[in-house]
Design a protein around this ligand. Structure first.
Ligand code: MV4
Length: 446
């Protein structure tokens, strides 16, 4: 195991990693921006180094400063958390060149999944089902229209360098195609410096189901079942759960096997997630692969009994995966508590938390870096806590979540807690039968 690791991140995930290091006897180095001087990751790490002003590009995204901090403190490895540099293949490469272990997959695996069109191609060749569409990038409008007509409308135009919903356009009829193609391409060029787009059949009313995978340095890959992340708003996940209410053991087996094939095809190491769209007929299609630990990983931990951050460290240190030996049990739910005002279009609500009370009890977990007196900075994402519950059944988990949300008290700023309280009482949510448009359709009506 490592002697000392640097955590190139902040907030709850930095704390989560520090806690695992304490358990494993690994020393920790926190890096922080001037905005995070009073953050708990700074307090609880063995050492802490200020790496710059609040803006991400001047601190948590500033590669030379982070590498210098690792060198000064003599760290063996760097954990990137999620966001910031977690899926930056150049950063992973620089770590390696400086003799630092990047706790994550190889730079090649990151690169091959970072380009969405290339990722899809790689998965298709590995035998993973993909949405019917163009064979790679589409050269121009004329070629695009031919392809779209061939697969049949509606289609979706997606940015190759995109992901997470950026640079996407739905086209319902041929007459709309040219304009949509230009817009998608221009948007992609402006946002990513790469105007490449590809085309897919539009999957109507899908569910977002993702499979957690882990690979070791010896070519072994396992999957740890699915998470259902269908409850989203503008491509931001709000609620995640495992198991999915729409997946049976047969489909789970098939999706898990596909995820393993896909991960093995890029010699995947460490924690990864393969996202699928699942349509009404329960066909599943590869969408994207996230080459990092994800925000919602606790949902998988609570049903498998496995510590995924600990497993990341073990894989990076060269431990071998043993045969899939976990027995998932129960139902886990996670609500993302954001410093946002759900009454005003979820606008950011930074500021000082004047009072903070966490819920507790059997099967209730909160992952948070906040406390009474902490100031939520406007510079970073608005996640202030993850409330996770586990119970024998989905109904019981929803009831437990409902109680925990009633108890959860945050004063001084607005949060998404009142929104989640309403969702837990929503009949459509409770039925388990909805699609990715659930929030848009239901939030303002019941
Ligand atoms: C799609 C789709 C329907 N058909 N692709 C959204 C984010 C990006 N990862 C891909 N996304 C979608 N791709 C085809 N061919 C619908 C979505 C989509 C979506 C997917 C998952 C969760 C929420 C979503 C909300 C809107 C659109």
């Amino acid at each position: 195991m490592f002697k000392k690791i640097l955590i190139a991140n902040r907030g709850e995930i930095a704390l989560r990693i520090i806690r695992v290091c304490h358990e494993l006897g690994v020393k920790t180095v926190a890096v922080y921006s001037e905005a995070d001087k009073y953050s708990l990751h700074v307090r609880f790490a063995d050492e802490a180094i200020c790496i710059g002003p609040p803006a991400g590009r001047e601190s948590y995204l500033h590669i030379p400063r982070i590498i210098s901090a690792a060198e000064i403190t003599n760290a063996d490895a760097i954990h990137p958390g999620y966001g910031f540099l977690a899926e930056n293949s150049q950063f992973a490469e620089i770590c390696a060149s400086q003799g630092l272990i990047f706790i994550g997959p190889s730079p090649d695996a990151i690169t091959s999944m970072g380009d969405k069109s290339l990722a899809k191609d790689t998965m298709r060749k590995a035998g993973v089902p993909v949405v019917p569409g163009s064979d790679g990038v589409v050269k121009d409008v004329k070629a695009g229209l031919e392809i779209a007509t061939g697969i049949g409308f509606p289609v979706m135009i997606k940015a190759s360098a995109g992901g997470g919903g950026k640079g996407m356009r739905i086209v319902r009829e041929a007459v709309e195609f040219e304009k949509a193609f230009q817009m998608a391409s221009n948007e992609a060029g402006a946002a990513f410096g790469n105007a490449d787009v590809y085309i897919e059949k539009f999957v109507e009313e899908p569910r977002h189901i993702e499979i957690q995978v882990f690979g070791d340095k010896f070519g072994n890959v396992v999957h740890l079942n699915e998470r259902d992340c269908t409850v989203q708003r503008r491509h931001q996940k709000l609620i995640e759960e495992s198991p999915s209410p729409i997946i049976d053991s047969d489909l789970r087996e098939k999706m898990g096997a596909a995820a393993i094939k896909g991960a093995k095809s890029v010699k995947y190491e460490g924690a990864g997630t393969i996202e699928f769209l699942v349509d009404k007929e329960k066909n599943f299609y590869f969408m994207e692969m996230n080459t990092r630990i994800q925000v919602e990983h606790p949902v998988t931990e609570e049903v498998t009994g496995m510590d995924l951050i600990k497993l990341q460290l073990k894989m990076a240190a060269g431990e071998r995966l043993r045969k899939k030996q976990f027995k998932p049990s129960g139902h886990a739910l996670e609500c993302r508590i954001n410093a946002e005002d759900p009454e005003h279009d979820f606008r950011p609500s930074p500021g000082e938390i004047t009072s903070f009370h966490l819920p507790g009890g059997y099967g209730v977990r909160t992952d948070t870096h906040c406390y009474a007196g902490y100031t939520v900075s406007p510079y970073y994402d608005s996640l202030i806590a993850k409330l996770i519950v586990v119970a024998p059944t989905r109904d019981e988990a929803i009831d437990k979540m409902s109680g925990a949300l009633e108890e959860f008290t945050v004063e001084g700023i607005h949060t998404t807690i009142p929104f989640h309280r309403r969702v837990m009482k929503n009949e459509t949510f409770r039925s388990g039968l909805y699609d990715t448009s659930f929030i848009e359709k239901h939030y303002n009506r019941d």
